[in-house]
Design a protein around this ligand. Structure first.
Ligand code: COA
Length: 163
């Protein structure tokens, strides 16, 4: 079922040292925020209607990072049998390199463990250094490459973490 994961309010077990940031399941109200802000403040690789469709999907779980009431990041997985696929992980443009991405990824891993999944997989543009560094920090391994996957130019690196 959607959004039934439990995320401790204060996140006491987090290894990521950031203050005043909470992680919670994405709500319908959170989703609406992205209608106006997704492309300008976060990223343009998806549009709002795609995000909405994914959020409403049967087998997806989306979380948001908030500073006070302000959304500063979000991430989502799609579960296929016993594997999680990271659909996206994005932090607000003016909040990058402040460990928000780490906090989101740490929580996606926790949620995947709660769901008794075996692995987490994603694909990332070969030139997306911040994202690759983020995944490596959490011990994801490069397991394959899809040549010229993005716009028939950049390749996608496939990375997996067994949990
Ligand atoms: C990828 C992304 C989610 C990372 O989020 P973030 O909040 O900046 O991540 P963090 O601050 O937790 O950084 C995690 C690690 O990434 C690396 N990193 C972050 N920004 C970096 C940069 N600009 N250059 C090089 N490395 C960087 C660091 O090694 C960092 O580890 P550290 O905290 O031990 O120093 C963010 O850059 C983003 O939203 N990018 C656009 C969307 C995107 O590309 N998503 C991934 C799709 S596959």
């Amino acid at each position: 079922m959607k959004n039934t994961v439990t995320i401790p309010e204060e996140n006491p077990t987090s290894q990521i040292k950031v203050s005043n940031i909470t992680i919670s399941p994405m709500t319908q109200e959170d989703l609406l925020y992205f209608e106006q802000n997704l492309i300008t403040e976060f990223d343009d690789f998806w549009n709002y209607s795609t995000l909405k469709q994914e959020f409403l999907g049967e087998n997806t779980t989306y979380i948001v990072a908030k500073q006070g009431n302000n959304i500063i990041g979000f991430a989502g997985i799609l579960t296929i049998i016993d594997e999680a696929n990271i659909m996206n992980i994005v932090t607000k443009k003016d909040k990058r390199n402040l460990k928000v991405g780490s906090l989101l990824l740490e929580n996606l891993i926790k949620i995947s463990k709660q769901k008794n999944l075996k692995s987490i997989t994603l694909e990332v543009n070969e030139h997306n250094i911040p994202a690759i560094k983020l995944y490596e920090k959490f011990n994801f391994n490069k397991i394959g490459i899809r040549k010229k996957y993005y716009n028939n130019t950049d390749s996608a690196i496939i990375m997996t973490l067994y949990i």
